[in-house]
Design a binder for this molecule. Structure first.
Ligand SMILES: [Mg+2]
Length: 120
């Protein structure tokens, strides 16, 4: 997902500072959450936002996601596409298109339809 040049730059940054020792999966997961909070803070008082600040906080979130993926040895493209496939199954287009309903409700609707079909 990130380009090889971006990955190399991130690796070099961490190595130069000997920060890999602090990048446990737990610390990186916490950092993703903390930076997500900072991103959310950009919208705390309304929908207006400072583009530069949002870009910086988004970069922080993505950077920690990349570090965590590297740390636990997963390919971001692979896990995102795998999760997308799973989400695709939870949200069938014919049921979910244009609706903001949780997948559990869609599943309940399918179960209700199946029950009605079974009853004739
Ligand atoms: Mg930040």
């Amino acid at each position: 997902m990130p380009s090889p040049a971006t990955l190399a730059a991130l690796r070099a940054f961490v190595e130069e500072r000997d920060w890999d020792q602090f990048h446990s999966p737990e610390n990186l997961a916490k950092s993703i959450s903390i930076e997500s909070g900072e991103l959310l803070e950009c919208f705390q008082w309304g929908s207006d936002f400072d583009q530069t600040r949002v870009e910086e906080e988004l970069a922080d979130v993505v950077t920690y996601c990349i570090h965590l993926a590297n740390r636990i040895g997963v390919d971001l493209d692979e896990i995102v596409l795998r999760k997308l496939e799973s989400t695709r199954e939870k949200y069938p287009v014919d049921q979910a298109r244009g609706r903001k309903v949780k997948y559990t409700q869609l599943a309940a609707e399918r179960a209700g339809d199946a029950e009605r079909d079974a009853q004739g």
